[in-house]
Design a protein around this ligand. Structure first.
Ligand SMILES: *Cc1c(COP(=O)(O)O)cnc(C)c1O
Length: 468
């Protein structure tokens, strides 16, 4: 190492001196001593690392003075008070946006979380009998009523539900799956890999585009534990295709004494066709085939909290409930409270479509979306933004969350052009707001998709544009 670098390193601010200055500024009102010391060490260590890596000519850029180090420590400690997980405005037009938290919760669900979380609850206490109860019991009657299931079990998410079912029914056995259904859902979740972790052996049948019932029949043997069907939620194979329908798979399972499962993914509880959308198999339809187990998510088309819901035959669910893994994957009380409130809306399906925000966004007539867009433009024009130009565009929104991948949902965009700033810079500024507004960028405009923006979020967009 050359001399000038060594000099720089020798002159790094001293931890003791930084702390002395911070103490004068009453730092301990913000954090205890051990956190302050650790933060000082991090700041000095980072500076040291950067100097060691730096090129000779860049050395003068580094500030070694005490005040600058003190400032850095202070900023880091104050940063600990800033919520990292925050609300955002989803102006992307992707309704169940996995990166933006999928389904927003309905007011009733939030109310129930407050009520149940604030104090004690009968989470695992049977009030009628005065003895220990099961947490699932709070929602299983509702789920059974809404889907025609015999019983229900809820876990942390659908990935957990699949793991649990596979492990219970096919541990050290084979699970038969069509090649065309060995899917990957975002976030590392792949059917073959989850199967490995469940200690069941994947038995692939058919081909990518065509799998017949005969392929399953040939694969069945005395090591078969499960026949599994997986909804190809986030993609479609079109053209020369064939798949075995659930009815024939159920018949095959019955004749050979093998349970049959369907991973539905989305968990649709209502007929979406009546709103002009593609048909999405409902949980009730899947169960009506006489299938043993169906799994689905709580926060996709269902529009509730993150959860994995397992429904089906009572005897099969009893086995699944007894699996020790169930305890490790179990649902928490907040989710249960929110799920119960969400499900209740489905007792009146027309109500569910109005009260659950994701369903509302999915089914709202485009005329209503347009009206909201016009309202936003009127509001924006009142602001007299001199360098901004607004226009309306027609386009398509998407369901997201691995649901209805080929469904184009007509929508209206508010496009904003800034004479003094590039669209990507505008996008970044809006993203870094206290309440971030997440938009799409197209060439020199930012696009605000009004299908996923509610009227009470206009103020965040207006505030964001003021700062832009
Ligand atoms: C989304 C999805 C999953 C994973 O569900 P999570 O609730 O995200 O864990 C599994 N299978 C299918 C078919 C899906 O669409």
């Amino acid at each position: 190492m050359d001399e000038s670098k060594k000099t720089f390193l020798r002159n790094l601010p001293k931890i003791d001196e930084i702390i002395l200055l911070l103490e004068k500024q009453d730092i301990y009102s913000l954090a205890p001593r051990d956190i302050v010391i650790a933060t000082c060490r991090t700041v000095v260590q980072n500076l040291r690392d950067k100097i060691i890596e730096a090129k000779e000519k860049d050395l003068p850029k580094f500030s070694l003075d005490l005040a600058s180090a003190v400032g850095k420590v202070e900023r880091l400690i104050k940063g600990l008070y800033r919520y990292s997980l925050r609300r955002v405005v989803n102006a992307t037009g992707v309704i169940l946006h996995t990166n933006l938290g999928r389904a927003p919760l309905c007011p009733e669900a939030l109310q129930r979380i407050m009520e149940v979380g604030k104090g004690y609850s009968n989470l695992e206490f049977d009030l009628a009998k005065g003895e220990r109860g099961q947490r699932y019991d709070h929602v299983s009657q509702l789920i059974c009523a809404l889907t025609g299931s015999e019983d229900a079990l809820i876990v942390n998410n659908n990935a957990a539900a699949i793991l649990l079912v596979l492990n219970t029914l096919a541990e050290k056995k084979e699970a038969i799956v069509s090649r065309g259904e060995l899917i990957e859902i975002g976030g590392e979740f792949r059917i073959p890999e989850i199967m490995k972790k469940s200690a069941s052996k994947l038995r692939e049948v058919g081909t990518t585009n065509r799998t017949r019932i005969g392929d399953y029949e040939k694969a069945v043997n005395d090591k078969t534990g499960l026949i599994m069907k997986v909804h190809t939620s986030n993609f479609r194979i079109v053209g020369f295709t064939e798949e075995a329908d659930i009815v024939s798979l159920v018949a095959l399972g019955k004749s050979r004494g093998i349970p049959v499962m369907d991973d539905l993914g989305s968990g649709c509880l209502i007929d979406l066709e009546q709103y002009g959308l593609q048909h999405e198999p409902t949980v009730r339809e899947a169960l009506a085939t006489g299938i043993d187990v169906v799994t689905f998510s709580g926060d996709k088309l269902l529009g509730g909290p993150q959860a994995g819901i397992i429904v089906g035959k009572k005897d099969v669910l009893a086995k699944i409930k007894k699996n020790p893994l169930n305890r490790a994957l179990r649902i928490d009380k907040f989710t249960l409270a929110a799920l119960e409130a969400t499900l209740m809306h489905y007792l009146n399906p027309a109500d569910a479509v109005k009260k659950l925000r994701s369903l509302k966004a999915l089914t709202e007539p485009v005329a209503a979306v347009k009206k909201r867009a016009e309202k936003l433009i009127t509001k924006l024009q009142k602001e007299n933004f001199v360098s901004l130009k607004f226009s309306l565009h027609e386009d398509f929104a998407a369901a997201g969350g691995g649901s209805l991948p080929t469904q184009q949902i007509p929508t209206v965009l508010v496009a904003i052009k800034n004479k003094k700033m590039s669209a990507s810079k505008m996008e970044e500024k809006l993203r870094k707001m206290e309440v971030p507004v997440i938009v799409r960028v197209d060439k020199d405009e930012i696009l605000i998709d009004m299908r996923t923006v509610a009227e009470d979020e206009f103020r965040f967009i207006i505030e964001g544009l003021r700062q832009v």
